[in-house]
Design a protein around this ligand. Structure first.
Ligand code: 13P
Ligand code: SF4
Length: 307
């Protein structure tokens, strides 16, 4: 069989996309060539908003399973495809429906806030969702003073430290990519690049977050570095963001805080996977209707409070 070049593959994807009235969404952590063919690249909040308002017939979600599931919850009448079936987020699996049902039995008056990096069944058991870019706004906007935050202990701690008026109970899940970066690595990199601002994701552990000059979601980090007058930055999030950072700021330099900042699940999707997903329309995401309606309530409340 004739080997297809990358250029030919991209042309075929564009043709199929038109024919099937599809839109390609990609997270900021995707491989550069995937970000380049996507119609929209963004953080979890932007991608949820786009999934809710697109008029395409089909959404090809280049990201991990919970993201495609959120798109299906928000757009039930559209076909949602995840090009790689086993692209999952290990943190999302660190809490499940039964954990929350048991918690509610013992604590019936405590509201549950779930990070969007969670399954549909967890969203369905929660009162409201949040992303890393709206977590502070969402929790601050809740009338309840005591809340359970699941699953990310690091994002939860970040909010807890900012909102002392709230009693925030933390779950013990974490992102395996961000959590493994140690505070001692910050010291080393800061010695190499003194006077260079450190921009980190709140999924990093507290030791790293407290040494940062700016804490934000992937898109917030890209926005900060692109609008700040400084010419060099240390980046404390998954290496995929370097693609946008370099494209938007060819005159600036970016140093990755640690070589460990790579999410193997986000890197699974290739151009061939996107082509095959569009061609065969396989790996379709389904969410059972009763659960979908409950999870939608949590996502809608987030879109309302997080505005
Ligand atoms: P954001 O793009 O919303 O910052 O999410 C980061 C992340 O880890 C997604 O899995
Ligand atoms: Fe999950 Fe972390 Fe990978 Fe995001 S970067 S998908 S939170 S493991």
């Amino acid at each position: 069989m004739k080997k297809v070049t990358q250029k030919e593959m991209i042309e075929e994807i564009q043709k199929l996309k038109k024919k099937k009235k599809a839109v390609i969404l990609a997270h900021n952590y995707q491989n550069p060539e995937i970000q380049d063919i996507a119609d929209i690249v963004g953080d979890s909040l932007k991608l949820s908003e786009e999934a809710a308002k697109t008029d395409a017939d089909c959404i090809v979600f280049c990201g991990v399973h919970f993201m495609a599931e959120s798109a299906k919850i928000l757009s039930p009448n559209k076909k949602v495809l995840l090009p790689v079936k086993d692209a999952v987020c290990p943190m999302a699996d660190m809490v499940n429906k039964d954990d929350l049902i048991n918690f509610k039995k013992e604590n019936p008056n405590i509201s549950i806030v779930c990070y969007v990096n969670s399954s549909a069944e967890v969203k369905a058991q929660s009162d409201v969702c949040c992303t890393s870019s709206n977590a502070l706004k969402v929790v601050e906007g809740l009338k309840e003073d005591t809340i359970l935050f699941v699953p990310d202990i690091n994002l939860g701690s970040y909010i807890k430290n900012k909102l002392s008026q709230k009693n925030i109970i933390l779950w013990t899940g974490y992102c395996i990519t961000h959590h493994r970066v140690k505070g001692s690595e910050v010291e080393k990199v800061k010695k190499l690049y003194p006077n260079t601002k450190l921009l980190v994701h709140p999924e990093c552990n507290e030791d790293v977050v407290k040494k940062a000059d700016f804490v934000g979601s992937t898109s917030e980090i890209i926005h900060y570095a692109s609008t700040c007058e400084d010419k060099e930055f240390i980046i404390g999030t998954e290496m995929g963001v370097l693609h946008s950072l370099k494209n938007k700021n060819p005159d600036k330099k970016f140093y990755l805080l640690s070589p460990k900042l790579i999410c193997s699940n986000m890197k699974k999707t290739t151009l061939e996977d996107v082509y095959k997903a569009l061609y065969h329309e396989n790996n379709e995401i389904q969410v059972e209707e009763e659960m979908r309606k409950k999870a939608l309530k949590s996502l809608n409340k987030m879109l309302e409070l997080g505005r």
